[in-house]
Design a protein around this ligand. Sequence first.
Ligand SMILES: *Cc1c(COP(=O)(O)O)cnc(C)c1O
Length: 395
Amino acid sequence: MTFDPSHLRPATRLVHGGVQRTHHGETAEALFLTSGYVYDDAEQAEATFAGKIEHYQYSRFANPTLSMLEQRLCLIEGAEECRTMATGMAAVNAALLSHLKAGDRVVASRALFGSCHWIVSTLLPKFGITADFVDGGDLAQWQQALSRSANLVLLETPSNPMLELVDLPAVAALAHAAGAIVVVDNVFATPLLQQPLKLGADVVVYSCTKHMDGQGRVLGGAVLGSKKWIDDVLQPFIRNTGPALSPFNAWVILKGIETLALRVDAAGRSAAAVADFLAEQPGITRVWYPMRADHPQQDLALKQMTGGGTVVTFEVAGGKDGAFKVMNGFQLIAVSNNLGDSKSLATHPATTTHMRIGEAERAKLGITDGVIRVSIGLEDVEDIKDDLRRALNLL
Ligand SMILES: *Cc1c(COP(=O)(O)O)cnc(C)c1O
């Protein structure tokens, strides 16, 4: 018997969602580390392939541990269906390539994760799919780009690393009128702080590598949407191209998700406190955090998010030299390009994650040489502040 927690609150769904106990009655979710499945007889195999009975066939198509993770993600996102994949990028790639064909047109926000930007600007055009980029925070640019017909809109809100927001209901209305589906990369918000499907999006993608594992162990990705789109469009693509998630990694993510609400809440509270702290420090020229009164889109943040998230971005005086001095002065906060970890991590986007997009594109996104992104972890917030204070004193 599967217990149905769909009427219960989000934190409860994160612990109980999707559990399929075997006859052994195990407490924790079972790890089905198996590539294939056997049938009672040839007739059962025939009926399975004919779609007459439900039976696992091969772990490239489906696996019970992955099914548990997928059902749990559906429950917290409020989605009909979910498929998990080996990485966040495999998820984005599958969502895009399964839906698009030669001659199609994509409109995307400029402030995309680097590899998402590469798929749209470099990979898709090789297959005859054109792409236009807009400044995600500027509705007039969306309006103009979507005054012609389009097939798919890809956006990220809040964006990496400048935490710029996109007005989801407004852009979804424009996209639908243009004939496009809306795909939202919801990594920075997590399903706890923003639920794009309820705000008009059609498909949501995640890197489970970030807050869902949340402890820096495994890679994973997920795509969520309507049952019809997943069954008809996405499932045939992943079944035949093979971006499958390892059952072991799915199991690690399942256990990570049990504490997602606790971790995102704690790290989010610390991030808000760190943003307020940084705004008071000498040597800092600007702080970006979605819920702060000085964020240019605070109203929108309050409308479509229930928290500002776990990342704080700030700019120090002195450009790259200043930023490197501060980053090299951290003792607790580690220099990394990752985020969404229990350990606080600092990134200098201009020389790492956003190095490849070039200076002109960085200027358009507001990524100056003095910008530092900090993903706040689960350490005591006073220790994080002490580390920042010590490093900023080096300026
Ligand atoms: C990390 C990340 C991805 C890619 O995820 P991987 O699991 O590293 O492949 C995509 N989008 C955003 C916003 C990310 O932070």
